[in-house]
Design a protein around this ligand. Structure first.
Ligand code: 4NP
Length: 162
């Protein structure tokens, strides 16, 4: 029997880190022919950038690695997300605290730090995806390194469930 699994990536602005995770993980899902079984989305805890496309720097660094993200638009997290997603994966501990302060008592899925899925020992010191917003190119590139590693392991674990 096949069940559909849904994944929501969350950061602060929903213009740098979580849309990058959205695009990278969606690309891996698509490449493995699992688009019908795995639904992917992203959102932010802050409302400054609602309706905006991802930061041009995030878009360019993603495109350099073959990930297109210009179709994504920032949205705010809402209470219904806790009814609709199996995995809610956040980029940092502040995101986690902000979500736990919402109406999530009945949430039965997995809420946690995305980088808990990292397998590369080089990244074992990182529990949070550093916000690249005020950093240079290397910040955006490193966000992709972390996200690619965590995404690969997340997909392996989800494939065990579908
Ligand atoms: P994100 O990065 O949370 O990875 O989308 C940020 C983008 C913008 C702001 C903060 C974080 N901001 O405060 O404008």
């Amino acid at each position: 029997i096949m069940s559909r699994i849904s994944v929501l990536f969350v950061c602060l602005g929903n213009i740098c880190r979580s849309p990058t995770a959205h695009a990278v993980f969606q690309s891996m899902v698509d490449k493995q022919g699992l688009s019908d079984q795995i639904y992917v989305d992203s959102c932010g805890t802050g409302d400054w950038h609602i309706g905006y496309a991802p930061d041009p720097r995030s878009q360019q660094h993603a495109l350099d690695r073959g990930y297109q993200m210009d179709n994504l638009r920032a949205r705010l997290v809402n209470d219904q997300d806790f009814d609709q997603f199996d995995y809610i994966l956040v980029m940092d501990k502040q995101n986690l605290a902000d979500l736990k302060a919402m109406n999530c008592q009945n949430f039965t899925g997995e809420l946690g730090l995305f980088l808990d899925f990292c397998r590369n020992p080089n990244f074992s010191d990182y529990s949070e995806v550093p916000d690249p917003y005020y950093s240079g190119d290397q910040g955006f590139s490193f966000v992709l390194d972390l996200i690619e590693d965590a995404s690969a392991e997340l997909l392996l674990q989800i494939k065990d469930r579908i």
